[in-house]
Ligand binder design. Structure first.
Ligand SMILES: *[C@@H]1O[C@H](CO)[C@@H](O)[C@H](O)[C@H]1NC(C)=O
Ligand SMILES: *[C@@H]1O[C@H](CO)[C@@H](O)[C@H](O)[C@H]1NC(C)=O
Ligand SMILES: *[C@@H]1O[C@H](CO)[C@@H](O)[C@H](O)[C@H]1NC(C)=O
Ligand SMILES: *[C@@H]1O[C@H](CO)[C@@H](O)[C@H](O)[C@H]1NC(C)=O
Length: 324
């Protein structure tokens, strides 16, 4: 089916996605009943994960359509984790980062009321056989992820759970995206180590697997994996089992040998090579990535546009488990 290409004749579409339909707010969890203010559609599940489920909802007073993320949290400790997520989101005002509208705390859960984003997961675009993904589309997607990361990193926030399921398309017909799920995100503290209970290991950086110090460039590794996936539909480190995948990551064992990469530009490959590096201090940061020719060279973009360089994403070998 036809869709808008990543660029017009004049060049790359670099306009940001529409902002949330409300101004940035500083939110704290209120002890009120959410049902007194919102109508939640419990039948319509927009997404889910280890935390619980996300439902479409409408604020009665304003008529705004929003998304209610219901996070199970009984103990004080579980509630603190969700309050950290709220705290992190209070720092992030950017069109490529999903915005927080309100939060409600009850005995068994905390519900985050979020900006509604209706275009589905970026991952579904990668595996959709009816959607022709061009390399220039990948440029447009990755640029926006970098823009979001640049803002997060400027605000000292690490996302630490960047993967295609956590990137939502704004609509089915444009290439605008927003990064979601700040459940593992945190304010950067030098020399803080991170222990994660990971479900899908394909996106983990070596320093996370090694329980070593994490940093801004931990997110940049994940960006490298996502770029590789967008361009090929393949996972760079996927092994026969999780153990093998983890070993591939630690050994930084990956390549461009698959036939999916025959049309891929050298600039795209160079971009990935500068991110999938074991030593995090050698990886490009978000600002440097935005200046990389693959994301910034308009002559290259024009060439990709006229050559209609396609991503080979028909044979997706790395369908992640839906629950992480
Ligand atoms: C909110 O709006 C819905 C739909 O109009 C209505 O059924 C519900 O009673 C309202 N709730 C409150 C608390 O006003
Ligand atoms: C692709 O299009 C066909 C025919 O319209 C449809 O049956 C199929 O479900 C579509 N596939 C996806 C992944 O949407
Ligand atoms: C995991 O991989 C390591 C190194 O290759 C190997 O020694 C170990 O036996 C493997 N463990 C399992 C459970 O497969
Ligand atoms: C990573 O690179 C930095 C800068 O070159 C160096 O100081 C550091 O020792 C390296 N770390 C590891 C684990 O090799």
């Amino acid at each position: 089916t036809h869709k808008e290409p990543g660029a017009g004749v004049g060049g790359l579409d670099t306009t940001p996605p529409p902002a949330a339909p409300f101004n940035h707010r500083i939110v704290s969890a209120k002890p009120n009943q959410i049902r007194n203010f919102y109508t939640i559609n419990w039948q319509e599940v927009l997404g889910g994960g280890r935390f619980g489920q996300v439902h479409k909802c409408v604020e009665n007073s304003s008529g705004l359509t929003l998304a209610a993320k219901v996070i199970k949290a009984r103990s004080q400790k579980e509630k603190e984790v969700v309050k950290n997520e709220i705290q992190v989101m209070n720092n992030l005002d950017h069109a490529n980062l999903i915005q927080l509208y309100a939060a409600y705390e009850s005995r068994n859960d905390i519900i985050l009321v979020l900006e509604y984003v209706g275009g589905g997961e970026l991952f579904d675009r990668i595996i959709d056989e009816n959607y022709t993904l061009m390399e220039l589309d990948a440029v447009v997607f990755i640029r926006q992820i970098c823009d979001g990361l640049q803002h997060m990193h400027k605000m000292s926030v690490l996302h630490l759970d960047l993967k295609p399921e956590n990137i939502l398309c704004v609509s089915r017909v444009t290439n605008k995206i927003k990064i979601i799920d700040f459940g593992l995100a945190r304010i950067y503290k030098p020399r803080e180590k991170l222990r994660v209970n990971f479900g899908t290991p394909e996106f983990l950086a070596p320093e996370v697997i090694n329980y070593d110090f994490v940093s801004f460039n931990t997110d940049m590794w994940s960006l490298g994996v996502i770029t590789y996936m967008l361009l090929s539909g393949l996972c760079p480190f996927l092994g026969d089992d999780d153990n093998q995948t983890l070993n591939n990551i630690l050994a930084c064992q990956w390549n461009f040998e698959e036939q999916e990469f025959v049309d891929t530009s050298e600039e795209a490959k160079d971009f990935i090579r500068r991110l999938l590096i074991v030593n995090k201090s050698w990886r490009m940061g978000a600002s440097e990535s935005l200046r990389h020719p693959w994301l910034s060279d308009s002559a290259l973009h024009h060439r990709l546009y006229t050559k209609k360089t396609m991503c080979r994403s028909r044979r997706s070998s790395c369908v992640p488990t839906t629950e992480s």
